[in-house]
Design a protein around this ligand. Structure first.
Ligand SMILES: *[C@@H]1O[C@H](CO)[C@@H](O)[C@H](O)[C@H]1NC(C)=O
Ligand SMILES: *[C@@H]1O[C@H](CO)[C@@H](O)[C@H](O)[C@H]1NC(C)=O
Ligand SMILES: *[C@@H]1O[C@H](CO)[C@@H](O)[C@H](O)[C@H]1NC(C)=O
Ligand SMILES: *[C@@H]1O[C@H](CO)[C@@H](O)[C@H](O)[C@H]1NC(C)=O
Ligand SMILES: *[C@@H]1O[C@H](CO)[C@@H](O)[C@H](O)[C@H]1NC(C)=O
Ligand SMILES: *[C@@H]1O[C@H](CO)[C@@H](O)[C@H](O)[C@H]1NC(C)=O
Ligand SMILES: *[C@@H]1O[C@H](CO)[C@@H](O)[C@H](O)[C@H]1NC(C)=O
Ligand SMILES: *[C@@H]1O[C@H](CO)[C@@H](O)[C@H](O)[C@H]1NC(C)=O
Ligand SMILES: *[C@@H]1O[C@H](CO)[C@@H](O)[C@H](O)[C@H]1NC(C)=O
Ligand SMILES: *[C@@H]1O[C@H](CO)[C@@H](O)[C@H](O)[C@H]1NC(C)=O
Ligand SMILES: [Cu+2]
Length: 587
């Protein structure tokens, strides 16, 4: 069926809704027995696993971290079966950056869009990357701290040829290593006796690397192999739990950015990247020619990855290797980092990126129907929590998922909307929702404030589920719409799914406004969409919000009636070793 694609710009959003309604009766229930072949299968286990020469009990996808790469096609439906092979933990899988439009139970947000997958069960997710969303993504568990290891690259291949030419591509997925297990970290973060997870032990590249404290040792750095003279598309994936990094490549002056969060950009040259948890960039890298290599001292070059905005700077490495008669040395780490590190940690590429394709859909200030300013700060009372509009959100808050409540008639979004408007904050403290109506044009402002107890400030990479938002920039102090409007003059904001609310200093007066990040989004895709900081520790400490787009009617119009098997934990939409699930096909 026809969806509501970004390419159909200029068409009234209501048109999409009407379309959804007209086609809703096509949603049908299919028995996924042995004759059903999913396009991809992911198996989630919890087991001892070695990274950075350290054993750790970790949640893995197909036995490794990162898990296997998935390739999906732009505009095409794929079925991904996710098995929870763990004995005592739930799991969900989130397709990070995919809009999950019209297949509402596939977004993978536990207790927001769906029940988690119970131990011993599997779930078939129906995923269709929207037209205009070809690019670099990843998948990860959305439960607790599991996403520190339960991640894998997800590439959406374009329906049309790429506007950029390159010979080959390489995926460079960044993740963090923590020695403590997920359970210990979660317990510490949510305990009344608050215990920090500790800082990351190493930023890993494609799962490889070593502890910073271990300059020599048995474990290898990741090698990215290239051939002389070729042009590569490097796909960087910020799958870190915590780390926000600066990344540069020795001996190679320039990267050319061509993609941010799944959308082509006009090429921008840069000699370093800054990548937060949740963000992705593609860059073009021109490999040295054989002639240039003859003049170089070596045929291997270090990627230097430096953490930003943490109490201590951690530097880790990977190796770009050109084929060579002698083996690449993956054991030696430079005694002193070979490259300078950017000393400015905020504002990188703000207002600078532009969509590659002309975009006529950007909502102007005049079109904005409502501005929601979300004050963000830390508070230490009985627990140490991160609050938005004065409230935290944790997986344990809702008794059942919002979307389930909605389909069962147990969540009155019209009443929630009324309370939200009356609060003056756009926030309904009863349901802890930010409800919005179809066709509203929201300006969402994340406003950093000094922590209640000590004025502390941190970086927060905010991630939006559902359709991507226009990032309209960020700055220090208190958000000033008029000033930002001037700043936007002549720029062409890109759509993204993750952008950083920066800390411009380490400390300020408690509750003083200190830095903001602003988004604009047209409310067209009905559903329950989480918007949260992508730092896993912060999420566990409550730094998550849930938006509801559209009311019950709008959500149902989009998906059609939902079968009962989705509405109970472990219901008939979830299979197990003796039971084939009844699965609704939405597209
Ligand atoms: C994951 O492992 C299962 C078997 O354990 C296999 O069938 C499947 O193809 C693997 N998935 C990917 C994406 O490689
Ligand atoms: C994992 O390793 C730890 C420490 O070596 C050990 O105590 C534990 O039994 C192992 N767990 C499993 C499931 O193998
Ligand atoms: C799994 O999720 C269900 C439903 O939310 C919950 O009742 C149960 O406690 C969860 N199990 C674990 C081990 O977290
Ligand atoms: C608090 O946690 C720390 C670290 O886990 C531990 O050493 C300490 O004994 C705990 N204190 C209390 C009062 O439980
Ligand atoms: C260094 O790595 C070795 C394995 O090569 C490991 O046994 C040791 O614990 C590590 N040391 C530190 C300080 O992390
Ligand atoms: C960063 O470094 C540049 C050049 O070394 C210097 O001019 C600038 O003042 C530094 N900025 C900060 C914020 O330290
Ligand atoms: C911080 O927490 C305390 C104790 O729960 C509460 O009284 C206070 O209102 C909170 N302040 C803010 C600004 O969140
Ligand atoms: C919601 O906010 C109102 C107004 O500030 C307050 O009276 C009420 O107690 C709050 N309710 C909850 C559940 O926090
Ligand atoms: C935008 O900038 C142009 C020149 O750069 C100026 O003529 C115009 O008045 C500006 N528009 C607004 C709304 O500030
Ligand atoms: C498998 O699912 C069926 C139907 O939901 C249920 O009756 C059965 O108990 C489940 N088996 C296991 C091992 O969970
Ligand atoms: Cu955060």
């Amino acid at each position: 069926m026809l969806g509501c694609f970004p390419k159909m710009r200029g068409i009234l959003p209501t048109f999409c809704l009407v379309l959804g309604l007209a086609f809703s009766t096509q949603a049908n229930l299919i028995l996924h027995d042995d004759s059903f072949q999913p396009d991809h299968i992911l198996r989630v286990t919890a087991q001892n696993y070695s990274q950075a020469c350290m054993d750790r009990y970790s949640v893995l996808v197909n036995g490794s971290s990162p898990g296997p790469e998935l390739r999906l096609q732009e505009g095409k439906v794929s079925w991904i079966r996710v098995y929870n092979d763990m004995e005592d933990s739930n799991v969900t899988m989130h397709w990070h950056g995919l809009s999950a439009f019209a297949a509402p139970f596939s977004d993978g947000t536990p207790m927001a869009s769906q029940w988690p997958i119970a131990p011993g069960h599997f779930f078939d997710a129906e995923v269709r990357p929207e037209i205009g969303y070809a690019g670099t993504y990843f998948y990860h568990s959305h439960v607790g701290f599991q996403g520190v290891t339960a991640v894998g690259p997800l590439i959406v291949e374009p329906a049309d040829p790429s506007p950029f030419e390159y010979d080959e591509e390489r995926v460079i997925l960044l993740s963090d290593f923590f020695a403590k297990t997920d359970d210990v970290i979660e317990e510490g973060l949510t305990s009344s006796n608050f215990t920090w997870s500790g800082e990351t032990g190493a930023v890993l590249v494609n799962g490889q690397g070593r502890l910073a404290t271990n300059a020599t040792g048995a474990c290898s750095l990741a090698a990215i192999s290239v051939e002389p003279g070729k042009t590569y598309r490097l796909r960087f994936i910020g799958a870190t739990a915590l780390s926000f990094v600066s990344l540069a490549l020795e001996g190679h002056n320039l990267f050319e950015i061509i993609e941010a969060d799944g959308h082509y950009t006009k090429p921008v040259k840069t000699d370093y990247l800054q990548i937060s948890s949740g963000q992705r960039y593609s860059v073009l890298l021109k490999a040295k020619t054989e002639e240039e290599l003859q003049q170089a001292e070596s045929r291997q070059f270090y990627f230097q990855i430096t953490t930003l905005g943490r109490p201590a700077v951690l530097t880790t490495f990977a190796v770009l290797e050109y084929s060579s008669p002698t083996a690449t040395d993956l054991k030696t780490v430079p005694a002193t980092p070979p490259l300078p590190v950017a000393n400015v940690t905020y504002g990188w590429m703000d207002y600078a990126l532009e969509s590659y394709f002309p975009d006529t859909d950007f909502p102007t200030a005049a079109e904005v129907t409502r501005r929601i300013v979300i004050n963000v700060h830390q508070n230490i009372s009985t627990h140490t929590v991160w609050l938005q509009s004065g409230y935290d959100w944790m997986e344990t808050f809702p008794k059942s998922p919002y979307l389930v409540d909605l389909y069962q008639g147990n969540l009155d979004l019209d009443a929630s909307y009324k309370r939200a408007i009356e609060s003056g904050l756009g926030f309904d403290n009863l349901t802890r929702l930010y409800p919005a109506q179809i066709n509203e044009v929201l300006e969402i402002v994340w406003q950093n404030q000094g922590a209640v107890n000590n004025g502390g400030l941190e970086n927060h990479p905010f991630h939006g589920h559902g359709r991507h938002y226009y990032d309209i920039g960020g700055g220090d102090g208190l958000y000033n719409p008029e000033e930002n409007e001037k700043r936007l003059n002549g720029t062409h904001p890109v759509i993204r799914d993750t952008s950083v609310l920066y800390s411009y200093r380490k400390k300020t007066t408690p509750l003083a406004p200190s830095g903001w990040r602003a988004w604009r989004i047209r409310v067209t895709n009905a559903g329950v969409w989480m918007m949260h900081c992508h730092i896993l520790q912060h999420m566990v400490m409550g730094m998550q919000t849930v938006f509801a787009f559209g009311d019950q009617e709008a959500v149902m119009a989009q998906s059609g009636p939902i079968e009962g098997g989705y509405l109970v934990y472990g219901g008939s939409a979830y299979g197990n070793s003796t039971y084939s699930p009844l699965v609704q096909h939405f597209f």
